[in-house]
Design a protein around this ligand. Structure first.
Ligand code: GTP
Ligand code: MG
Length: 380
């Protein structure tokens, strides 16, 4: 499998380049308009299966790039424009850019309140490290606690800030729950989390990792029967990687699917993202999975506010998740709220995802890496 990402001023341009570059069998995985800049800019991810005998799905935003050479040029241009409009309509509907701005604003206001709170409540002379932690988005309460622990091991003077920062990083690293070591034998992993957090994309990345890199036999199950597009999205990935996909909308179908995959070493289960108002959704999901031996991963993204992540971490508690995956790290500039979440729930972090590219944009989340991210806003 070969997956590539293209940027172009129009979808038509991108399709032409993809056809020339990857051939007629390339499959479009995602189309997205990038914000900023005067000219419109689109990002298109395309994949090609290197094996000959895999059928490609139909055309569309998740379909095969059809041969259009025998169509009049005007028709082809029109088709490209329609694709662009589809992306724009989807974007307006989701209000993604506006939501991102609002979240950023909310985070800034939070930080401001944290600082005001400090000014009112404390006359203590805090070091720059303390303010650094707060401006990274760690709550004042947790930053205060970290600093009082740090003061016990390092001097408070201004000259030692670099040393204090190292000590905070080390403190966070050692406070992280380690992941259980390499799990051998059969594994069944389910992925839950808020709408659009990246569940299906993360499953595709992990499926590729397990199937292609680790040569395990992998089966995919989706319990997301709310949206046809959701089933299609997983099926496209399944097709590209040559992995079977089962759809299970209720407990009986789910157990059937598990039975069908009884010879598979790794089973990955996709679940639907539903509005937080739909309280029954999690109960229903729990009812479907019931007592199946599943490793449950909760996906959260620091592109959401601290409150949003803490709220989701609590709501999804009913699913008994054993670890957290933080997604869309690449879209974020401050990572302090990750510390609040991890400290609050006391669960290990299994993976970090840092981009839309399947399969490469995912990393195992070692405690040292997360501590660096929280304290220094970078992964390495
Ligand atoms: N920048 C960035 N985008 C990501 C990442 N992971 C997923 N996405 C994008 O986020 C969007 C939603 O991803 P999905 O995998 O469909 O999310 P989901 O949680 O399955 O969504 P629902 O099933 O609707 O709840 C897609 O445009 C993905 O390409 C990531 O690590 N970084
Ligand atoms: Mg999904």
């Amino acid at each position: 499998m070969q997956i590539k990402r293209y940027e172009a001023n129009s979808i038509q341009d991108a399709l032409t380049r993809i056809r020339a570059d990857m051939g007629e069998d390339a499959v479009i995985l995602s189309t997205k308009r990038l914000s900023g800049g005067r000219q419109p800019l689109f990002e298109i991810s395309a994949a090609r299966d290197d094996r000959d005998n895999v059928a490609s799905p139909g055309r569309g935003t998740s379909g095969k790039v059809e041969r259009k050479g025998d169509q009049p040029e005007g028709v082809e241009r029109l088709a490209g424009r329609i694709e662009e409009l589809t992306v724009l309509v989807r974007e307006v509907r989701e209000g993604a850019a506006v939501r991102r701005e609002l979240t950023e604003l909310k985070n800034t206001v939070n930080t401001l309140f944290d600082l005001l709170d400090l000014r009112d409540r404390e006359k203590e002379n805090h070091s720059g490290v303390f303010y650094h932690l707060i401006s990274n988005g760690i709550s004042s309460e947790r930053a205060r606690r970290l600093m009082s622990l740090v003061r016990k091991v390092t001097p408070v003077g201004r000259g030692e800030e670099a040393e204090q920062l190292d000590a905070v990083e080390e403190l966070i690293r050692t406070s992280m729950k380690p992941l259980p070591g390499e799990v051998k034998g059969k594994r069944t992993l389910a992925f839950v989390g808020p709408t659009g957090v990246g569940k299906t994309t993360t499953i595709a990345k992990l499926a590729a990792r397990y199937a292609l890199a680790e040569k395990r036999s992998v089966g995919l199950i989706t319990t997301d029967t709310y949206r046809i597009a959701a089933v299609e999205q997983l099926k496209v990935y399944g097709k590209i990687m040559g992995l079977p996909v089962e759809v299970a909308g209720d407990g009986v179908a789910f157990r059937d699917a598990l039975k069908k995959f009884s010879d598979r070493e790794t089973i990955l289960i996709d679940t639907p993202g539903r509005s937080r108002k739909d309280g029954n959704h999690l109960l229903k999901l729990k009812g479907i999975i019931r007592d199946a031996p599943v490793e449950m991963h909760l996906l959260l993204s620091p592109t959401a506010s601290r409150e949003h992540m803490l709220d989701a971490a609590e709501r999804f508690g009913i699913m008994d998740y054993g670890s957290i995956i933080f997604t869309k790290i690449d879209e974020c500039t401050r990572f302090g709220p990750i510390y609040d979440v991890v400290d609050q729930v006391g669960k290990p972090v299994s993976y970090l995802t840092n981009g839309q590219n399947v399969p490469q944009d995912i990393e195992v989340a070692e405690p040292g890496k997360i501590a660096k991210l929280i304290v220094r806003n970078r992964l390495n």
